[in-house]
Design a protein around this ligand. Sequence first.
Ligand SMILES: Cc1cc2nc3c(=O)[nH]c(=O)nc-3n(C[C@H](O)[C@H](O)[C@H](O)COP(=O)(O)OP(=O)(O)OC[C@H]3O[C@@H](n4cnc5c(N)ncnc54)[C@H](O)[C@@H]3O)c2cc1C
Length: 281
Amino acid sequence: MIPAAFDYLRPQTLEEAVNLLVQHGETAKLLAGGHSLIPALKLRLAQPKTVIDIGRIADLSYIREEDGRIAVGAMTTHRAIEASALLEEKCPLLPEVARHVGDVQVRNRGTLGGSLVHADPAADWPAAILALNAEVVTVGPKGPRVIAAKIFFIDLFQTALRPDEILREIRVPVTAKSVAYVKTVQRASGFAIAGVAVVVKAAAKTVSVGITGVAAKAYRATAVETKLAGQPLSAENIAAAAARAANRIEPLGDIHASAEYRAHLARLNTRRALGVAASRA
Ligand SMILES: Cc1cc2nc3c(=O)[nH]c(=O)nc-3n(C[C@H](O)[C@H](O)[C@H](O)COP(=O)(O)OP(=O)(O)OC[C@H]3O[C@@H](n4cnc5c(N)ncnc54)[C@H](O)[C@@H]3O)c2cc1C
């Protein structure tokens, strides 16, 4: 449980951090809340030569409204999202999901950006980020890049972030209250065995559904969305659509839940989340 030796660097600005990342290349790791990286260091699953601590960069932690969207800085903690009055009013799915993350200690240290880059298949945030059609903004030596959430998650612990890029901010749309997150929890850790985030756009008669914990990466349940497009959200329609929540995916099986059980939970939690979101519309 003792990490291999590494150099520790603490940049004060984002520009300095990008320069250090370019200089040290793939032998370096960024440190945010440390809730995934530090266990990986202790278990020697990660053995970077340099750790670049981005925790003192002031302008990476914020929640603000800009151009009709909400921008959340990558270093914003789960707790800050949970407690944000702005998000509660304008994008209530984020505080709702934050309340599901681990426990209060985890929420006080862990960050939205760290969680998204780590891309744990059982993390809560990816479901919400997908359902919200969020944008992920990165910064690297060639400047900023905007990545749509739907192409950000590549595979187990893999994202579209380049090795010389830092995730800077997540942009989400302003939504109505007709959203929901329903999760079956793995009790020892708090992570999701199956977590489903739903956004209902009542005026457009569309829904978007993001599912985490079930497959190697979080995904949009497009078969569910297509089935419900233009339809009233009756119990029958919801049930018929939710039955498609695990279509064309390969569910993971492990000691916590078999692949069949995860697929079942994806369908069940999709039905429940759609029902809750519809009732809030
Ligand atoms: C006991 C426990 C319970 C937990 N329960 C849950 C849960 O129920 N649900 C859930 O979703 N999560 C859970 N987590 C995960 C936790 O919430 C953190 O979100 C997660 O550990 C990553 O965030 P972090 O800020 O700690 O990142 P770190 O551990 O510091 O970093 C994680 C990875 O992301 C990289 N990184 C971090 N920030 C950036 C950035 N801005 N740009 C580029 N790369 C970056 C790092 O280099 C590293 O590879 C739990 C963790 C623990 C320890």
